[in-house]
Write a protein that binds this ligand. Structure first.
Ligand code: DCP
Length: 696
């Protein structure tokens, strides 16, 4: 099968910029006396001096590595300063690092499309900026090349000993250079200047790679650290890849790389060249096979996404060895803590970025005591995210019960406190993904819900955490640092030693991210759940326990688990009947938070096919028809949102027609967000209208 080379593969200018020993630099900025001294950042737990999670370059000279523990580091470098990661809620608090990363991103994003790829790295697409530079003021016309640029490493450039700097200067100034090299020279000048700006404004140093695509730029940025930059001219790509150990390539550090070595005898990226695309596709499937064929040739058509904010938020913690959690109440305590942190991030994201997350996922690692099957993976599960700390906590616990039920079996779970210690939880994390920006013009609604929320929930304003999270599991499944999940997208750093607990991890089961319709009547609690599957609404009362069991009816025991969920045909019929009579007005008139029935909680969630790739969460979840109003449920007791979870075709148009025109417009725009830019009359406020109505 012919593989088309992306036309623009060598006409783009991409930079990958990575902060040097990032956490250490952040700590050194906090305590300038640490500068110049061997320093490392340790995880707060005190076993053997804690785990090193970042090692400064001075300490590296003594042989201190991230794999050591604090006590071991002291042995090889007695003068080392070990700084502890800040702690909050009994776990690592990475907010200071996230915020520092955001400072850097805001500087780097000045010159081109910027994609924040992890807590301390970004990709930049500088193509446009460079084209402008070449048109107006090309490097060959410059009288001087900045010192920082001259310190660049140009792969494949033959340097003449003491005259190395002159060689690089010449490379920048060559007027007969290949156009591709001119592009990279322009990119390198811009990146050198950006790195200086970062240094001046934040005191942080960073390293960079400049190439024609993301893959090569990323490879290059780590080649010369700290505080240096490396350029990959087109002509040097083949040589670079020829000898590059296969496991050094991004995404090949794990099982795929091992398989390439073991099954195909591939040790370097160059070794891949001997295989046809058909062969690679036959072995690894169409996508992976094609991707392998491309990377062997230095081809990567992946775009730099415009993204300064993370794709998900999360919070997690590990409980290694004797600290493993063995009772539901212990799990609940920690889940609630994690949810609180997640909730803070969600609210911060909402307030600062007007973004809401739609999918909530629980991840955990566990083992079965005295069980040969103890390696069975504790599956991850997702459900629609409901805003409000109480709801998030409730859903987290429900998800946990659901997963535990699967993991150890229905009957065993019934022993609430795990009296016989059948299972133990060694890692827990919660994450919020499927994040969307609230359409502009709908802020009146958002503000209302948010205000409601603020009155109910204490938000630690001084703790300015919101932008980024980081999470990580070691290959053994144990977190090196308490995981604070960060999913920055497809380009999120896949630290070889830190497969993420995030939704990108495998084994995630998705309780479909679907609009949930609930009618509350006579304190009966939710009477139905609707699920949307592959674009069509279908009712489901099923609680499928396995990925292949989507259509199954709930067993009695499952129904027990559903708590106040639908249990009887009568209730189903009641819902059916009421569904046709939905009334926005009724909803708004009844929107007194105090009148919300206490027991009206989402007790049920729909489980769907397990995903062998966590991508299911991010890619395969069926988007609602734009952000339905359910996504705006910010209140602590955000029962409004439940009523908002209607799709256009479920709302009787005559009901809408009862509303004043500007409110109709706003509601319709919510229901058909793709049209909202034209239909919403700014300044209209549903809440104001309804509060007036209610007051009168
Ligand atoms: N980190 C972590 N646990 C890990 C790896 C990293 O908590 N297992 C944190 C601490 C690091 C930060 O992420 O400072 C960035 O990780 P990098 O892998 O980029 O490493 P550094 O920035 O520390 O060093 P380098 O200069 O080699 O990039």
């Amino acid at each position: 099968m012919p593989v088309a080379r992306p036309e623009s593969s060598d006409s783009r200018v991409i930079a990958h910029i990575d902060m040097d020993c990032f956490y250490v630099q952040v700590e050194q900025r906090k305590q300038p006396t640490l500068r110049g001294h061997p320093t490392a950042v340790v995880q707060y737990n005190s076993w053997k001096g804690g785990a090193l999670i970042a090692v400064g370059y001075e300490a590296r000279k003594y042989g201190v590595k991230r794999s050591l523990r604090g006590d071991e580091a002291k042995k090889v470098c007695p003068d080392i300063h070990l700084v502890q990661v800040p702690v909050a809620r009994g776990k690592a608090d990475l907010s200071v690092y996230r915020n520092a990363g955001s400072e850097v991103v805001s500087i780097l994003s000045r010159k081109g499309r910027c994609e924040r790829a992890s807590i301390d790295e970004v990709y930049l697409d500088l193509t446009e900026a460079v084209k402008t530079m070449l048109a107006e003021n090309p490097p060959e016309r410059l009288e001087t090349i900045s010192e920082e640029a001259i310190k660049s490493h140009v792969l494949g450039l033959h340097l003449d000993g003491a005259k190395a700097r002159d060689c690089v200067r010449e490379w920048f100034l060559r007027s007969d250079a290949d156009h591709r090299d001119k592009l990279l020279a322009g990119g390198a000048l811009i990146v050198a200047e950006l790195r200086l700006q970062v240094l001046r404004e934040t005191e942080f140093t960073c390293s960079a790679g400049i190439a024609h695509n993301k893959m090569l730029a990323k490879l290059a940025s780590g080649m010369n650290k700290p505080a240096q930059q490396t350029i990959v001219p087109y002509s040097s790509v083949k040589k670079l890849l020829e000898s590059l150990p296969i496991k050094k390539m991004k995404q090949l550090g794990g099982k795929l790389g091992t398989s390439l070595q073991a099954d195909l005898g591939v040790n370097t990226v160059g070794d891949l060249l001997q295989f046809s695309v058909e062969k690679l596709q036959e072995c690894y499937g169409i996508n992976t096979g094609t991707w392998l064929w491309n990377i062997a040739r230095g081809i990567c058509g992946e775009e730099v996404q415009s993204r300064l904010l993370p794709k998900s938020h999360g919070s997690g913690k590990t409980f290694p060895g004797p600290r493993a959690l063995k009772t539901v109440s212990a799990v609940q305590k920690w889940l609630y803590e994690l949810c609180e942190e997640l909730n803070e991030r969600l609210l911060c994201d909402l307030e600062q970025n007007k973004r809401i997350a739609r999918t909530f996922t629980l991840h955990a690692s566990a083992y079965k005591v005295n069980d040969s099957e103890s390696l069975k993976k504790f599956p991850s599960k997702s459900c629609p995210l409901r805003y409000g700390i109480a709801k998030i906590q409730e859903d987290a616990l429900n998800l946990f019960h659901a997963v535990l039920r699967e993991y150890v079996g229905i009957y065993h779970v019934r022993t609430k406190e795990n009296k016989h210690h059948e299972w133990a939880i060694t890692g827990l994390s919660v994450s919020a993904s499927n994040i969307v920006v609230i359409p502009s013009g709908t802020h009146s609604i958002m503000k209302y819900f948010h205000n409601q929320n603020q009155s109910c929930t204490s938000i630690n304003k001084s703790n300015d955490i919101c932008n980024q999270d980081t999470a990580s599991l070691s290959s053994s499944g144990l977190l090196l640092a308490d995981p604070q999940i960060e999913t920055y997208g497809d380009e999120a750093r896949a630290k070889d030693d830190m497969p993420s607990l995030s939704p990108d991890g495998d084994g995630t089961e998705v309780c479909k991210d679907v609009p949930v319709v609930m009618q509350f009547a006579d304190n009966l609690g939710p009477t139905s759940i609707e699920t949307e599957q592959h674009g069509s609404m279908e009712e489901s009362f099923s609680y499928s326990g396995s990925e292949n069991d989507l259509g199954s009816k709930p067993t009695q025991s499952k129904m027990d688990f559903l708590g106040t969920g639908l249990k009887s045909e009568k209730q189903k019929r009641k819902f059916e009947k009421e569904k046709g009579n939905t009334s926005i007005l009724r909803f708004f008139h009844g929107c007194d938070p105090c009148s919300f029935p206490e027991n009206a909680r989402l007790k049920t969630f729909e489980e769907s096919g397990a995903s062998s790739s966590g991508k299911l969460i991010q890619e395969n979840q069926q988007p609602m028809t734009g952000p339905t109003l359910s996504t705006c449920n910010m209140g602590q007791d955000d029962f409004r949102s439940d009523a908002w979870r209607y799709k256009t075709d479920e709302i009787d148009p005559t009901v809408l027609n009862e509303l004043p025109p500007e409110i109709q417009a706003e509601v319709r725009a919510w229901l058909q967000p793709q049209k909202r830019a034209n239909t919403v009359k700014r300044g209209s406020s549903i809440f104001h209208y309804f509060s007036r109505t209610t007051d009168s």
